[in-house]
Design a protein around this ligand. Sequence first.
Ligand code: ATP
Length: 316
Amino acid sequence: MAIANMKNIVKRYGTQLALDHVDLDIGEGEILGLLGPNGAGKTTLIHSLAGLIGIDSGEIQVFEKSQKKHMLEIKGHIGLVTQDIAVFEDLTARENLEFFGGIYGLRGEVLERRVDETLEFVGLTEHAKKLPSKFSGGMKRRLNIACALVHRPKFLIMDEPTVGIDPQSRNHILETVRELNKQGTTILYTTHYMEEVQAIASRVIIMDQGHVIAQGTMEELVKKIQHEEKINLEVVEPTEALLAKLRRIDGVKHVTQSGKEIQIISSVGTGNLDRVLTVAREAGGVNSVNTEKPTLEDVFLTLTGKRLRDGGEESI
Ligand SMILES: Nc1ncnc2c1ncn2[C@@H]1O[C@H](COP(=O)(O)OP(=O)(O)OP(=O)(O)O)[C@@H](O)[C@H]1O
């Protein structure tokens, strides 16, 4: 069954085109990773899918039903974990869950059982009676997720749920996502962190400037650039003149620099390793060199010209 289809979606904020004819399909049982730099349109896509904002044109179906016609019914089976933590600071963890469960029509014993189960699931049972203001960042994030889960949605949409938390809390959240998926929940997971997508996603969508620029499994995406290799150089003098010369070499697609380390993505089989070394030696010398197969991060760089980790800043 298709969990969601978006067809030809256009969304503008004034003159700003946030979604530019976007198509997206999500199948039941997937963990779909949505990657993109700041401003790519991820939150806009998620909010329009969850029915929080209207679109200018296009068609959205969720659970194979028109979103326009069945909005309320659809919303009852979606959970949305927002990027900004949306819990009540003056209610305890338990009271927060009771409130959100109540919104979804849960009452009495069923509500209490679901609240207990959800607290247990996110590891907050012992803290049920505490106010979120006493929580660490990671615990607050877990409570935020719990609020979106208490009504047991079929489809969970998560907007950067691990921003600003420690690695242990992040692992806990990723484990929660995997477990939910095992139990049958379909998940759309937005992040800036490539390694999170690599750890949990069964399929990946890459967005940039309001467009879906690539989608597929990790292997399919990496295959897209299988004719490329990554050359890692450490040079003695990383001057602008050297970078410019490297970029002019035929077959070189991207050159990025961090201190004395220079990374080059180049077509394979073009003899570019030799050329790169010659240019770098002439420009002051080379401390070390190695080549690697491209990763998902390199797919992103090749497709967008930007590094995801830097929040999408231009790298060349
Ligand atoms: N309410 C708004 N009014 C005007 N412009 C907006 C509004 N919300 C988003 N935008 C613009 O629309 C574009 C897409 O923004 P969106 O927040 O969807 O991107 P994003 O990929 O979620 O970015 P981030 O990773 O920073 O959250 C950006 O250029 C943004 O500045």
